[in-house]
Design a protein around this ligand. Structure first.
Ligand code: NAD
Length: 323
């Protein structure tokens, strides 16, 4: 078994190779070559933690495995990130463990890659202003990945906890972008692309605020009950997702589905757009939503890239588990 530490992941995974891995696996999911197994997600009744497994198999890439982990809200005060995870890859021919890979950095990178894949395929080409609803741990990863897809000039942002905004501002300025913190309604008024990445359980963006032509990447809602946008936006938008089954049950679309605003067949896997089976955005005035729920195959795909790169650079430790 190869052991890939968080430090090695940071050396070998960047926005370019994680974009390629995630775009590829979304395409394989849409063409039926890769599928995610049912997600296990449990409130363990201790430390307010949510713990579970995301797993799947990509037949073409022969990538088999799982990500184990969850959310520990008390971690931040102890100097750890709230999300903690580890990825395990198995040999698809034998079932033996192939690699154990630190999953914290990779989770942020694959989540950022998902929204950047959606920006690449759905946002207007002339998008200039990138809006953020949320400025937590994931937000700076989201920003770094998004700027690779469009020539953004300005970042506008709102966050419930104002003290978190300077972190996002620092990265925007490092990337040479103007930055302005403002109210949510103003973020919607100025943005061409909006990324929502919060732990909210209520609508933070209202339908009447959204400009024609906006692309919204909803990245925070990955559990039943979470919510970031007004479900009525779904009525006027073209809706895309990583995986329809997750979108309607644990994703942002769960609320629009529950209220009968849209139906399952109104949601298109983004892999169909990548595979050119769906046109994606049809006009510059269309509102598009990407419901990025986060699938296990994203984790496995970037972990596989990390394993190959770490082996090539002779960075990985090898442990014989079976002798
Ligand atoms: P974090 O704990 O670092 O930050 C939480 C963010 O949510 C902050 O911006 C905070 O101000 C905001 N927030 C908290 N409660 C809120 C409320 N009631 N209303 C509005 N904003 C609120 O978390 P993070 O690591 O940045 O993750 C953000 C969200 O993204 C989490 O909900 C997480 O579960 C989700 N996530 C999704 C994926 C995916 O694949 N879709 C992957 C990783 C994380």
């Amino acid at each position: 078994m190869i052991v890939i530490t968080e430090a090695i992941c940071q050396k070998v995974i960047d926005n370019k190779n994680s974009f390629v891995a995630v775009e590829g696996v979304f395409a394989s999911m849409a063409s039926g070559d890769a599928y995610n197994f049912p997600v296990i997600r449990e409130d363990i009744g201790y430390a307010d933690a949510i713990y579970g497994f995301k797993s799947g198999f990509d037949k073409t890439a022969k990538t088999l495995g799982l990500k184990s982990g969850g959310y520990w809200p008390g971690n931040m005060k102890n100097g750890l990130t709230n999300h903690q995870s580890t990825i395990f890859l198995f040999n698809a021919d034998t079932g033996q463990i192939k690699a154990m890979v630190g999953g914290n950095y990779l989770t942020a990178m694959r989540t950022a890659a998902a929204s950047s894949v959606s920006i690449e395929h759905l946002a207007r080409k002339n998008s200039k202003v990138l809006g953020f609803i949320g400025a937590g741990h994931q937000s700076t990863f989201q920003l770094r990945a998004a700027v690779e897809r469009r020539n953004f000039e300005k970042v506008v942002a709102w966050n419930l906890h104002k003290e978190m905004l300077p972190n996002l501002q620092a990265v925007a300025e490092e990337l040479g972008l103007a930055f302005e913190a403002m109210e949510r309604e103003e973020v919607a008024a100025q943005s061409d692309v909006i990324i929502t990445i919060t732990s909210a359980h209520e609508a933070l963006l209202m339908k009447s605020w959204i400009k024609p032509g906006t692309h919204i990447a909803c990245m925070g809602t990955d559990t039943k009950g979470k919510q970031e946008i007004d479900p009525e936006i779904f009525a006027v938008a073209s809706v895309f997702t990583d995986e329809v089954a997750q979108s309607i049950s644990i994703g942002e679309a769960q609320h629009a589905i529950k209220s009968g605003i849209i139906f399952k067949n109104n949601i298109t896997p983004i892999g169909n757009v990548i595979n050119a089976d769906h046109i994606g955005r049809k006009t510059d005035s269309e509102i598009t939503i990407f419901d990025g729920t986060g699938v296990g195959l994203q984790d496995l795909a970037v972990a596989e890239v990390a394993v190959v790169a770490a082996k090539k650079l002779q960075l990985a430790k090898n442990i014989d588990v079976y002798s």
